[in-house]
Ligand binder design. Structure first.
Ligand code: UT7
Length: 332
């Protein structure tokens, strides 16, 4: 059975940089509070009229270039986002149209919020192991800035979430010493409302959307303390599970990329797993929380900085709205 390896990585963020000081002009917050509680120093938000698929295209082209492959070599696209450009269809087909893929390859949309990229990789890996496809483009992309309340009421999400995209080219290999070793995937719908956007909703006729909007039901709402409390338990638990399933140990991990939700969460995971600084990587300081895009953006930085080499044990772990969480372990 073939296994899946990452052949190329890419990332893209909007040009516009938003500093903590800029946020403190529209809400009661401060650079000091945001840095101390989240680690975030700045983030990127789209300009009016910009779109997620543009970022995904840029990230995908960079990943294809690193892989040394034309877009036409891709058999399928797996696209994770919880903030698609349109209500329907999903972003996958727009990316399929805008990349020069040739033909009518499938484009699969995945939601799964902050764990979207890990779940998208699991879908690509299953296709490869089943022998259905040999090369896939896997994208994690998010535009959060347009749906956050830029006032004191919305400050617990507005200071955290941001926009961006990351992409990887996944390919099949018959080299049994390399590739994805396994996944650990979970969900717990009993906590769905702890981090959610209630609307816009298909339960409500379009004419009534303004009422939902006025009631604040379109804003992303989060019980930050509860999400934090679960995140710092679930991600380490999941890393341990994926490593145990793969017959690998924490001491052998070369690189753990944890979902960049809050620097305090990433540091708590590192501490719980007793990992050294050189075994982990964080970049939330510069990007904020880009939901499904945090892991592929961080991975691209690591790969381009030469932090990952053939044979390294690389682990990703994510947790978010749903609750959904999961991890993947691979030999690079
Ligand atoms: O992507 C995956 C899902 N998301 C996450 O994993 C995020 C998880 N949660 C968090 O990162 C943190 O809970 C937050 C960063 C959202 C909040 O940090 P916290 O340390 O948990 O703060 P808190 O909610 O306990 O609030 C502490 C105080 C409160 O004031 P009082 O009640 O103590 O007077 C808040 O009203 O800080 C206040 N506060 C703020 N102050 C300034 C909350 N947000 C802000 C803010 N600026 N942006």
């Amino acid at each position: 059975m073939p296994s899946s390896i990452i052949l190329g990585t890419g990332r893209a963020v909007p040009e516009r940089v938003v500093t903590n000081d800029e946020l403190s002009k529209t809400m009661d917050t401060s650079d000091e509070w945001i840095r101390a509680r989240t680690g975030i120093e700045r983030r990127h938000w789209i300009a009016p009229g910009d779109r997620g698929v543009r970022l995904a295209k840029q990230a995908s082209e960079a990943a294809l270039e690193m892989a040394g492959l034309p877009a036409g070599a891709i058999d399928a696209i797996v696209y994770a986002t919880s903030t698609p450009d349109h209500y329907a269809p999903g972003n996958g087909v727009f990316l399929q149209r805008e990349l020069d893929v040739g033909g009518t390859i499938p484009a699969i949309d995945i939601r799964m919020q902050c764990a979207g990229f890990v779940y998208a990789l699991s879908v690509a890996d299953a296709y490869i192991r089943a022998g259905l496809f040999r090369r896939l483009l896997v994208v994690g992309q998010e535009i959060q800035s347009t749906r956050m309340q830029l006032s004191t009421e919305g400050r617990n999400t507005a200071v955290i979430f941001a926009d961006g995209a990351g992409a990887v080219v996944v390919g099949a290999t018959d080299d049994s010493t390399r590739g994805i070793r396994g996944f650990d995937l979970h969900s717990q719908g009993s906590n769905a409302e702890k981090l959610w956007a209630e609307g816009p909703s298909s339960m409500v006729r379009l004419e009534s959307w303004p009422e939902q909007l006025a009631e604040g039901k379109f804003w992303l709402s989060m019980d930050g303390r509860e999400v934090f409390r679960h995140a710092v338990v679930r991600m380490p638990e999941s890393v341990r599970a994926v490593l145990a399933g793969a017959g690998e140990s924490l001491a052998d991990v070369s690189l753990l990329i944890a979902h960049q939700a809050n620097l305090r969460i990433a540091e708590a995971i590192q501490k719980e797993l007793q990992l050294r600084d050189d075994q982990t990587y964080n970049n939330i300081q510069r990007y904020g929380n880009t939901t499904a895009a945090t892991i592929p953006i961080a991975l691209d930085e690591c790969v381009r900085a030469g932090r990952v080499k053939a044979g390294d044990l690389v682990v990703f772990t994510a947790f978010g709205s749903g609750f959904v969480w999961g991890s993947v372990a691979m030999r690079w």
